[in-house]
Structure formats: structure tokens, C-alpha cells
Design a protein around this ligand. Structure first.
Ligand code: MG
Length: 308
């Protein structure tokens, strides 16, 4: 379906407007609907579309933000989840079903990048970022092997749920964060000195919090809870050029300052899973929320490589 404006109750926090993070009159728009559970949004600069995963629907969808129908990009995709672009512009994405991180070329050819650590299968890679040096960082919670709608039943072959660092040149896979319950979304601070990772385990005292991991030489030297998300959880998030975190939450999008304090919220009428920046100038925020993808104009841009 084409876009439609969202009714009463959808106004962003005035603090976001006052801080100049949203332009005056910024409005949430619904671009498309009809998915089951939406995740892994990515702005595709080559086509000007937003691509995302309908995980239980086992398909990859796209929509043109300027109007047009929902496009089914591919079906039977083995339950893809988060995705990003590498330096060449190829899509790097997580597959629950293949328990892998894979590359999808512009012509749709899929190549497995990594699916094992120390000889054991990964759980179900969930979200992925590419660092400036071209290496790939991803989370590996169990949802694709524990939730039948989101993959195939399986066991945790290496026992934990780690955050991994993969070097596509050498093929080396290292576990970097090994003490989180169910790491999910991840993104770097602007200088890549801090890796933010959300934990969506419901068994935690603070389900849905975002942890900050200070990195030195590719190792975690310090770690702390950066922000607590309420209601709901931080499934996925992005960091802007000033180090603010734009995260999913149960009631919409929360914006967190680099000091961890909340700056404001963008209400969304469906539970949000993940989001990305994009559009012609990179300042549109695209929001994957349950059955739909929404958009709102901002004044900021993603700091990460691969973002528009
Ligand atoms: Mg996720």
C-alpha cells in the first residue's frame, strides 16, 4: 500500500524538535504494511528503496519511500534478520535458518561468509555492522533455534550467545563479548572506541538494556549499562554522527544521548524492532515495526559505514 499519515497520539517529543533533531513539522508516515514481524531495515542507495526482513514470513521485502506498493524481493530466504552494506555495496545479512552471516550480491546471489566458531555452528546471527576497516561484527542470540516461527529448532552448539568479530579477508572469527545473555542489536560509537550492544533476554533484571563495551586492540577493556529501555526492549538501533543512539522500544523510537540520558521519543503505533537512516541525504529514519515500515524526517545521519 502507499503511505498514509498516522493519526493522533503519534507526535514526537517536543524535546527532539527543540534540540533540532527533527525538523519542524516532522511527521511519522507509514510506507507499507502486511508483514508479520519486521526486522533488519536497510536503505538501498542503488535502488532508492528500503529493504527489510519479514522473519516469520520468511521473505525479504522492499518499498520505495516516495510511494508505490510493497515489493517482495525474495521468498524462502532462510529467515533473514539484520543487514547492512559492506564497502563494496553488497548486502551483509544474518540468516537464522542457515545460522550464518551471508553476503547477498546485487544480482541476488547469496554466499555464506561464516557459520561456525571453533567447529561448532552459530546459534542464529541476529544483527550485523561493518566497521570502517571492513571487518564484520555480529550478535548471535538463540531466537532462530528457540522460536519456531523464526527459524529451525536447534541447540546452542558452543553453549553461549556471543558477539563476534569476523575478518572476511583472513576468515578469522573471534568471540569478543561472551558475558551477555542474549545480545541483539549493535552499533559503534563515532570513533569506534565503544561497541554498543543491546541484551533482550527476558531473564535479566533489566531486559532490553544497552551495554557499552570499550574496545582496545579489538578486546573489551571496560563494560557498563549505557541505557535502560522501558517499555519494551532495544532490539535494534543506530548511532548518529554525534554519538546519539536511536533505538527501538515498545512504544516507538527512543533517542539516547552519548551520556546515556534519554533525549526524547517518537511514538510509533506498532512495536518497533529496528530502524535505519537513509534517503537521498541520509536524514530519513526508516522504522521496522511489527507489520509495517514507517518513516520520519530527521536532521541527523548515521555515523556508520554503509549508511547513506
Ligand atoms: Mg534484532
Amino acid at each position: 500500500m502507499s503511505e498514509s499519515r498516522i493519526g493522533a497520539g503519534g507526535l514526537p517529543s517536543s524535546t527532539l524538535l527543540d534540540a533540532g533533531l527533527l525538523p519542524p513539522g516532522a511527521e511519522l508516515r507509514r510506507l507499507a504494511t502486511g508483514a508479520t514481524w519486521s526486522e533488519g531495515p536497510l536503505w538501498m542507495p542503488g535502488t532508492g528503496r528500503v529493504r527489510w526482513s519479514d522473519i516469520p514470513g520468511d521473505r525479504i521485502l522492499e518499498v520505495d519511500p516516495d510511494g508505490g506498493d510493497l515489493v517482495v524481493h525474495r521468498t524462502a530466504v532462510e529467515f533473514t534478520n539484520g543487514r547492512t552494506l559492506d564497502a563494496s555495496g553488497a548486502v551483509v545479512q544474518c540468516s537464522h535458518g542457515r545460522r550464518s552471516v551471508e553476503l547477498e550480491s546485487a544480482d541476488g546471489e547469496v554466499t555464506t561468509l561464516v557459520d561456525r566458531w571453533q567447529g561448532r555452528r552459530l546459534n542464529s546471527p541476529n544483527d550485523v555492522v561493518v566497521a570502517r576497516d571492513g571487518t564484520i561484527w555480529f550478535t548471535d542470540p538463540p531466537y532462530g533455534i528457540t522460536q519456531p516461527r523464526e527459524g529451525h529448532p536447534g541447540t546452542r552448539e558452543y553453549g553461549g550467545c556471543h558477539v563476534f568479530h569476523f575478518d572476511p579477508v583472513s576468515g578469522t572469527l573471534d568471540a569478543i563479548v561472551t558475558d551477555m545473555e542474549e545480545p541483539n542489536g549493535l552499533a559503534f560509537s563515532p570513533d569506534e572506541g565503544i561497541l554498543y550492544v543491546s541484551d533482550t533476554s527476558q531473564g535479566l533484571p533489566d531486559p532490553g538494556h544497552i551495554r557499552a563495551h570499550r574496545l582496545e586492540g579489538g578486546r573489551v577493556v571496560e563494560s557498563w549499562i549505557h541505557a535502560r529501555i522501558d517499555p519494551g526492549v532495544s532490539d535494534g538501533f543506530r548511532v548518529d554522527t554525534e554519538g546519539r543512539i536511536w533505538t527501538s522500544a515498545g512504544d516507538g523510537v527512543h533517542v539516547i544521548g552519548s551520556d546515556g540520558r534519554e533525549l526524547g521519543r517518537i511514538p510509533v503505533p506498532e512495536v518497533v524492532a529496528n530502524l535505519c537512516f537513509g534517503g537521498a541525504d541520509g536524514r530519513d529514519l526508516f522504522i521496522a515495526a511489527t507489520t509495517s515500515v514507517y518513516a520520519i524526517r530527521t536532521t541527523v545521519r548515521d555515523v556508520a559505514r554503509g549508511a547513506a
